[in-house]
Design a protein around this ligand. Sequence first.
Ligand code: SF4
Ligand code: SF4
Length: 317
Amino acid sequence: MNNFEKRITEISSGGLHSLKVKTLQVNVGLQCNQQCHHCHLEASPQRKEMMEWPTMELVLEAAKNLHCELVDLTGGAPELNPSFRCFIAALRQENLSVQVRTNLTVLLEPGMESLPEFLRDHRVQLVASMPCYLEENVCAQRGAGVYEKSIQAIKRLNSLGYGYESWLPLNLVYNPGGPFLPPSQSSLEEDYRRELGNRFGVRFTRLLTIANMPLGRFRKELNRQNEEENYLELLRKSFNPLTVQGLMCRHQITVGWDGTLYDCDFNAALGLAVNHGAPDHIRFFNAEDLRTRRIVTGEHCFGCTAGAGSSCGGALV
Ligand code: SF4
Ligand code: SF4
């Protein structure tokens, strides 16, 4: 039994179980136009892994059977999948709510000129990475020029109604610039609103704070700086039992680019498929078995339960 499982057992016996599958998160590929220092999936322009259309059709069927509240598309940069628009159109045709996790800068890449209008016309909700309101912090984490391009993309989205209309949410995502926990989500949201509003006149809907998981490039960076054990210890000692009810793995499931099912995107980064007898590939999708499955956990899970907690939807408490 790993240390995380032991902490969970102190709260409830029998391990961590899902409660419902409200969200189907779909990783449509690991290719990205960026190569951020903290990326837990180690996405980059060189990655070739990409979800193909037959797998997307299976996801579509699963989403319909599940009556899920949201289909959450992620990557890499999901926009780089050649079937991205067809997939969204098919999901929306079934009246499924769709959210896209965008890194913003991809919207300025060649061939993406009409994509913001496409997203608006299909009422796609957006969650966009913006790890700080200060240029130097964004560029240090995500690369030179990323801040300026991100602001340009937000302005374009604002001009289409994103961040203004209730049906076009534009949520921004903060993550720490190093091995520390995010500050209070609500007070940081005020800072973002003030700073981005005053400097550029841009608007967004909500700010989501997400902790850096000790995985992928971030873990390698910690290792290089000899900080890995300190960070893991910080996560362990910041365990907050109040976060357990809302852990995202208890309310969603992730489909990897090749159709493998994972309890979350972080388990996907580790290659830890759904287990404990539940179906582990979209081909065998069974809503009933997955709804109350036992979740596969590891030391990295302390990244979700530290402090105010962390999930793809931001802080948990
Ligand atoms: S963190 Fe996001 S934007 Fe950065 S490399 Fe990874 S997938 Fe791409
Ligand atoms: S890392 Fe995944 S499985 Fe572990 S607690 Fe977080 S969401 Fe759940």
